[in-house]
Ligand binder design. Structure first.
Ligand SMILES: NC(=O)c1ccc[n+]([C@@H]2O[C@H](COP(=O)([O-])OP(=O)(O)OC[C@H]3O[C@@H](n4cnc5c(N)ncnc54)[C@H](O)[C@@H]3O)[C@@H](O)[C@H]2O)c1
Ligand SMILES: O=C(O)[C@H](O)COP(=O)(O)O
Length: 316
């Protein structure tokens, strides 16, 4: 019997598929430091972003045959080393794109209408200072008609573009690789419409966009630091639902505090799971705790896709 440890959980639909295929699946969350011993009893492990599967753990578990990542980023797994050791590594790249794209707009709509701040202040001051708050939040702006710069035009970047076009934004897109600027929108009734975004350089995005959203992996250094903030339009805003580290957080605070940029929306942080307090308490930052893929729909798709990949792997 193949035994699988779903250390960061798995959607019930995925668990059911695995059980129907005859696998034993445990959803115990074993602490990282106990894994080198406890994972020895399993043939496979599935993780999200919390559990790390590094070289030392792979070495400690010679029976391990598969590592499944329920999600996109495999930066918590030593993929090349695992493959060298004959351990299969799988992820579910497309299952959460729509959910992440929707969260980007959650942050954008939040920022332009100060929701991050009014949600903090209304419970405390709403009843006594209603009109003061009404005045404080009176300078909102619309997203429609503004320019959105998308850095990284992959799966999520393309979903973001479709939504932006749908609400009447102009879209500039940049990617390190050449890409098809055409995206297909599905209208009510199923009608499909093809619309092209404008291809741009990173510099054009920095200087022309009203809002900038990042959709690349993190490699080794921030994509957006002091020099990039300086190039942005005054009053621009940034959203990062990709990976902490893509934005230099010191430079971000400086740009927010000087008024150079109006707001930021963050789902990911340089220090996870303990982001810095000056980021967490900033009134111009809309915050979510790395929940881009955390919708029922995305997790169900992820669970089903991962289960199918695991079943296929062991049936080979
Ligand atoms: N917040 C969350 O919960 C969450 C959920 C899913 C994915 N993500 C993250 O979102 C990011 C994007 O995911 P995706 O599925 O769209 O990936 P993807 O591979 O489909 O797209 C990434 C794109 O970025 C481009 N790129 C790489 N480096 C670049 C650079 N320096 N400048 C410009 N473009 C660059 C690539 O060519 C690619 O087209 C990943 O970092 C992923 O881990 C976060
Ligand atoms: O790369 C991803 O898929 C996301 O960062 C999702 O992370 P999570 O699985 O911890 O929600």
């Amino acid at each position: 019997m193949i035994k699988i440890l779903a250390n960061d959980g798995i959607d019930p639909a995925g668990k059911q598929l695995l059980e129907e295929a005859g696998f034993i699946i445990d959803t115990n969350n074993i602490p990282q430091d106990e894994l080198p011993v406890k994972l020895q009893n399993y043939d496979a492990i599935t993780v999200r972003s919390a559990t790390k599967v590094r070289k030392a753990l792979i070495d400690a578990c010679p029976n391990l045959k598969l590592i499944g990542r329920g999600g996109v980023g495999v930066d918590n797994i030593d993929v090349d080393y695992a493959k060298e050791k004959g351990v299969g590594v799988y992820n579910t790249p497309a299952s959460s794109s729509l959910s992440v794209a929707e969260l980007v707009f959650g942050h954008l709509f939040t920022g332009v209408r100060f929701l991050q701040d009014s949600n903090r202040k209304m419970p405390v001051e709403g009843a006594t200072k209603f009109n003061d708050l009404k005045k404080a939040y009176a300078k909102g702006i619309e997203l429609g008609g503004k320019t959105l710069g998308i850095v990284g035009f992959g799966r999520i970047g393309r979903e973001v573009a479709k939504m932006a076009i749908g609400i009447g934004m102009d879209v500039l897109a940049f990617d390190v690789y050449p890409f098809n600027p055409e995206v297909e929108l599905t209208l009510g009734g199923g009608t499909k419409v093809k619309v092209s975004v404008t291809t741009a350089t990173l510099d054009e995005i920095l200087t022309k966009a009203d809002f900038i959203t990042l959709h690349t992996p993190f490699v080794d250094k921030p994509l957006i630091g002091t020099a990039e903030f300086e190039k942005m339009k005054k009053g621009a805003a940034v959203v990062n639902c990709s990976r902490g580290g893509l934005i230099d957080e010191d430079a971000l605070l400086e740009a927010l505090n000087s008024g150079k940029i109006a707001f930021a929306g963050l789902d990911v942080y340089t220090n996870e799971p303990t982001p810095r307090q000056d980021i967490l308490s900033h009134p111009k930052i809309s915050l979510t705790p790395h929940i881009g893929a955390a919708t029922n729909e995305a997790q169900e798709r992820i669970g089903i896709e991962l289960a199918s990949l695991i079943i296929q792997h062991f049936k080979k």
